[in-house]
Design a protein around this ligand. Structure first.
Ligand SMILES: Cc1cc2nc3c(=O)[nH]c(=O)nc-3n(C[C@H](O)[C@H](O)[C@H](O)COP(=O)(O)OP(=O)(O)OC[C@H]3O[C@@H](n4cnc5c(N)ncnc54)[C@H](O)[C@@H]3O)c2cc1C
Length: 403
């Protein structure tokens, strides 16, 4: 009997996990199925580029899995029954069920409107490909001088505002941030950000809390009304509600609580990786949703599953931060070096070199999905046991490789 492994979601984390598992386990012993709503791998880290009108490379998932033995199922996951070990999926032929012995949950995240009135109706998101394509369509309809307001002063907001301002210098681009502009960055990083905002003509509304969104404006906690022909919402990500509807232990926000091997602390046959997982990182802090840490969580999960099934040694992947890589349009960038737990240190790379660095990071992230064992030779091992072990205690990720 083959051990059935189902991987839900083919973003950075899920596609890496499926590809790595397929290269670690013998085909005759395992049946690996990767389920994804779309047939293509989406480079989410480039959604702001897509929104601003840049073409993106088409990356069919079938090509990524070619020759690995893993199967692709293009379908939308609608439910997971962790007691019966079954996943409900829907495609053009209707609903069906997929049974599993081991599940890897990697459905990622979408936008988070934070419950702000009018945001869901009037704001546009770039957390997903469809949203980014809608922003692209809306931008194309705007006339010179019209105002775009990007809400959110985090990494995604900075990248979106600068990308749009560079691509459409005829528009009036503004960014509303709850704090100061880039206030978590080093002085050099903050200074550079202000300089680039100035050069691109972006107005920064700092210490501004947007409390409502309307079709033609946003209003703030101070009662100020900012005209907006297009509002782009980038105030963080939220996970899909599917995990919370299962018996899996999740956080309040719906992320699956896992141990250091990415195994669910409540259901040992379930693993969670990427944005969907609540992983404790360096300094006992939860990892923020990012592909920089999402991909190593996939390596950790895949190698742990393979080790448990083949009787090998459990791996330990160190999951830590090195830098925050921010594109500021195509010609400018900012690489803010950080501590292992993501706090800025007093060193940053700026300018064209930083833009080039960031471009290499994006290319590297997509390359790593296509080469989930990082090009190193692997030996497919025989499955010895298919029985899931007892739940492990929650521990911090330990030592070894890094993103
Ligand atoms: C504009 C932008 C810029 C970013 N820049 C950076 C950056 O520079 N560095 C960084 O580290 N991170 C960055 N991020 C964050 C990063 O993209 C995410 O953290 C990362 O994509 C998470 O990977 P994941 O595999 O967990 O989920 P995702 O990439 O979201 O993949 C989830 C997959 O699951 C599929 N899926 C979802 N629901 C279902 C369903 N019900 N049924 C079937 N399939 C489903 C989706 O189609 C998708 O393929 C950025 C994000 C955005 C939006």
């Amino acid at each position: 009997m083959q051990h059935r492994i189902i991987v839900l979601g083919a973003g950075y984390a899920g596609a890496s996990a499926a590809g790595r598992l397929a290269r670690r386990l013998r085909r005759e012993d395992t049946a690996i199925t990767l389920v994804n709503a779309e047939p293509d791998f989406v480079e989410r880290v480039r959604n702001h580029e897509l929104a601003a009108g840049r073409p993106l490379r088409h990356r069919p998932l079938a090509d990524l899995l070619a020759g690995t033995g893993a199967a692709l199922r293009v379908a939308r996951v609608t439910a997971v029954d962790v007691d019966r070990r079954a996943v409900t999926v829907r495609d053009a032929d209707g609903e069906s069920e997929l049974d599993y012995d081991t599940l890897v949950y990697a459905l990622g995240s979408g936008w988070n409107d934070q419950g702000v009135p009018g945001a869901a109706e009037h704001a546009h998101e770039i957390a997903g490909r469809e949203g980014a394509l809608r922003v692209r369509e809306r931008l194309a309809l705007l006339e010179a001088g019209q105002r775009v307001v990007v809400v959110g002063g985090g990494l995604t907001g900075l990248e979106a505002a600068t990308e749009i301002a560079e691509a459409r210098p005829d528009l009036d681009v503004a960014l509303a941030a709850r704090g100061g502009l880039g206030d978590w960055l080093s002085p050099r990083g903050r200074g550079h950000l202000r300089e680039v905002f100035g050069r691109l003509g972006i107005t920064a509304h700092e210490h501004t809390d947007v409390t409502a969104v309307h079709a033609d404006r946003v209003t703030t906690a101070d009662g100020v009304s900012l005209p907006s022909a297009l509002t782009v919402w980038t105030t963080g990500f939220a996970v899909h509600p599917i995990a919370r509807a299962t018996g899996l232990e999740t956080t309040e926000s719906g992320r699956i609580v896992v141990d250091a091997t990415m195994r669910s602390v409540s259901h040992p046959e379930v693993y969670a990786v990427g944005d969907a997982a609540m992983v404790t990182g360096p300094g006992d802090k939860p990892l923020r949703m990012s592909c920089a840490t999402g991909t190593p969580t996939a390596w950790q999960a895949a190698d742990s599953i393979a080790a448990r099934l083949t009787g090998g040694k459990l791996p330990h992947v160190t999951i830590r931060y090195f830098n925050q890589c921010v594109s500021l349009g195509r010609k400018e960038g900012l690489i803010q070096y950080v501590t292992a737990d993501d706090r800025s240190v007093n060193a940053a790379l700026t300018g064209r070199l930083a833009a080039l660095y960031k471009e290499l990071v994006c290319k590297g992230a997509a390359w790593a999905v296509a080469h989930p064992t990082l090009g190193l030779p692997t030996r497919r091992r025989a499955v010895r046991t298919a029985a899931p072990a007892a739940p492990a205690a929650t521990t911090r990720p330990a030592t070894e490789t890094a993103a």
